[in-house]
Design a protein around this ligand. Structure first.
Ligand SMILES: [Mg+2]
Length: 288
């Protein structure tokens, strides 16, 4: 009888480079006429200082960098959302997770360090605005950024996830988190430690080492594959048939187990040959 009960999960996804192909910060810099190389230099400099949570570099620059502060207005953030290149099939991903899998329901939320206006504008009509948590600013009457209300980066993502979990009354082992970069490491460690499930959508070493699974694809629905395999327990044939029922053919499905090794020469007797240096095999799962 318990089998007939709907199993409820919370599916939380990062935005930049998880649902998109590039970072909001680059698109914004370009839009307001700041060279991307300049933005990159500043963002990397910020990251190196460890002054703000990983992923909050843009939020910090918007508030404290004279160039960004002088040029960026609220309407630019909306415009960035219109310009940013999204991965394919985000609306379908939302629909499938919400109501497409028999016996399961996944509440889809976005947790991102990007300004909330950017994400809401980009995902309009795909993900409800109240399912989107991004960095929030307070603005002056003229649309200038005045202060930060909340930065959803690094440990800030853990705080929002905990709040959502409490509101939705979903157990910690029914949480799935998907992300691509270093700003997702905190939240992934948190989810894993409480028996949740984590998906890396990039080969970035920090996240792919921490995540339960890694999946690489141009399509947002690829994250369904590890969910189908490890949570819903479907086999490959059933997964292929499911995608076909939505008009999507899996053209390529490669799986490579990823081992990350760094070898260094051992201390040996004089005259022995030194060991080989670095070996890195990328992959896990690639869908086209
Ligand atoms: Mg990201």
């Amino acid at each position: 009888m318990a089998d007939n009960l709907l199993k409820r999960y919370l599916f939380a996804s990062d935005f930049d480079q998880t649902l998109t192909f590039n970072d909001s910060g680059y698109v914004l810099a370009e839009l307001v006429g700041i060279p991307t190389a300049e933005f990159e230099r500043k963002a990397k400099g910020m990251a190196k200082l460890n002054l703000v949570q990983q992923g909050a570099e843009l939020a910090y620059l918007l508030l404290h960098d004279p160039e960004f502060r002088a040029r960026v207005r609220k309407e630019h953030l909306h415009e960035v959302g219109q310009r940013i290149r999204l991965k394919e099939n985000i609306a379908l991903l939302y629909r499938v997770l919400n109501e497409g899998i028999d016996g399961y329901q996944f509440e889809f939320y976005v947790l991102s360090a990007a300004p909330v206006e950017v994400i809401q504008s980009a995902l309009e009509g795909m993900v409800p605005a109240d399912h989107i948590y991004g960095t929030e600013f307070r603005y002056t009457a003229g649309g200038e950024i005045e202060s930060i209300v909340r930065a959803t980066a690094g440990y800030g993502k853990v705080a929002v996830l905990d709040q959502l979990q409490a509101e939705l009354q979903i157990g910690p082992d029914h949480i799935v988190y998907s992300g691509d970069g270093s700003s997702d490491v905190h939240v992934m460690l948190h989810v894993n430690a409480r028996d949740g499930f984590t998906i890396a959508v990039s080969e970035a070493k920090l996240v792919s080492q921490v995540a339960s699974r890694t999946v690489l694809s141009r399509s947002a629905v690829a994250v369904l594959v590890p969910i189908f395999e490890d949570i819903v327990h479907w086999d490959r044939l059933r997964i292929r048939q499911f995608f076909e029922s939505y008009g999507l053919l899996i053209q390529e499905w490669d799986r490579v187990r990823t081992d990350w090794l760094t070898l260094r020469p051992a201390l040996v007797d004089a005259g022995s040959a030194p060991g080989s240096p670095v070996k890195k095999v990328p992959g896990d799962l690639t869908l086209q």
